[in-house]
Write a protein that binds this ligand. Structure first.
Ligand code: COA
Length: 318
């Protein structure tokens, strides 16, 4: 039994937050943000938007492009760490919105690596015969978990949703998946849940030791892409596209260099989207597919890393 992506979808809120907007919020500059991160703007969810409303739009687009009907979906998996409710899960709310009945539905939390974890789980469910069609969504509203006065985080993150439909297939589509973590580095990137028995605190925002995360990311991703290609039996030269987590353009370029890829073979969305956490990889995949750059039969490497620390990848024949 193999698995293959049938369709992809994405959604970005309409409100744009530019570097000039950030210059008015914190002590920073467009030049500093561009040079250190490659980000020029990011999207911000409107007050009424939630991970469920945003995820549902991306999920509907993925379902439409897959050619399947809501009743064909056996499971809905949502990677997020910014949902409005612990339950009903964002997965249940998206299933309700799309009219998907009797499907397994759950949220997964693996920070910015969440989509890789959801993809690997969907793949395993299909290979084990527990599902034939799985709707996978990555969605986060990072603007609400970043301290608006913290210039080290507010400049990096954005809001968005991406989705894909993974299906049972006779021919290989998913060639290899890898998941891993380093729980000893949890303090480098933390998002505490508000304590219910204490007054609201600024400490409940995302806390990051950026330069340390940066160094870990470069080393981890180099190892990860090598291991994933080896597990899938492909040489770097056989890769058509890298679809990386969009955390920092310098991290993306380092991974591309490691693989010997030209930047024209990398889907880069960070400039206009920032880091959308769980949504970044499926949004980049959708962008690659809808722009016509990623075509059927191409070898694609997806990778992501995030708080935990956690990381994961999928090598795909699209
Ligand atoms: N504007 C202007 N100056 C800023 C700034 C901002 N938005 N944020 C930090 N600075 C300052 C720092 O205070 C520091 O000043 P100092 O030298 O006087 O102490 C200086 O810039 C350098 O800070 P540093 O943190 O060393 O910069 P950096 O080159 O590591 O870039 C990040 C910072 C956050 C862009 C970078 O570390 C990064 O991208 N890390 C990985 C983040 C990531 O991927 N997170 C998500 C994982 S999913």
């Amino acid at each position: 039994m193999h698995t293959k992506i049938l369709g992809t979808g994405g959604y970005l809120p309409s409100k744009v937050r530019t570097n000039a907007d950030l210059e008015r919020m914190v002590e920073t500059s467009d030049q500093w943000i561009m040079e250190r991160t490659g980000i020029s703007e990011r999207r911000v969810a409107a007050p009424g938007e939630t991970t469920a409303t945003m995820g549902a739009i991306a999920a509907r687009a993925a379902l439409e492009s897959s050619g399947l009907a809501p009743q064909d979906i056996d499971a809905v998996l949502v990677a997020t760490t910014s949902s409005s409710c612990a339950y009903p899960s964002t997965a249940c709310e998206i299933a309700r919105e799309l009219g998907i009945a009797n499907a397994a539905a759950m949220d997964l939390a693996a920070a910015c690596a969440g989509f890789s974890y959801a993809y690997a789980t969907a793949h395993a469910m299909i290979v084990a015969g527990q599902a034939r069609h799985v709707l996978i969504v990555g969605v986060d509203i990072c603007s609400r978990i970043c301290n608006p006065h913290d210039r080290t985080t507010i400049i990096l993150f954005g809001d968005g949703a991406g989705a894909c439909v993974l299906a049972a297939s006779d021919e290989p589509g998913t060639l290899a998946v890898r998941l891993s973590s380093d729980p000893t580095c949890g303090d480098l990137l933390r998002l505490p849940n508000p304590a219910r028995d204490e007054p609201p605190s600024e400490d409940n925002y995302l806390l990051m030791r950026g330069s340390e995360v940066f160094k870990h990311a470069v080393v981890i991703l180099s190892r990860l892409v090598d291991e994933t290609l080896a597990a899938g039996g492909l040489a770097p030269s056989e890769l058509d596209f890298l679809v990386p987590h969009q955390a920092n353009l310098r991290i993306i370029s380092a991974t591309a260099r490691r693989l010997g890829l030209d930047m024209s073979q990398v889907i880069v969305t960070i400039g206009k989207q920032g880091n959308t956490s769980s949504a970044s990889v499926p949004l980049a995949l959708d962008e690659g597919v809808r722009s016509g750059r990623i075509k059927r039969g191409m070898n694609i490497l997806l990778e992501s890393f995030g708080g935990g620390l956690t990381w994961g990848s999928a090598l795909i024949r699209f």
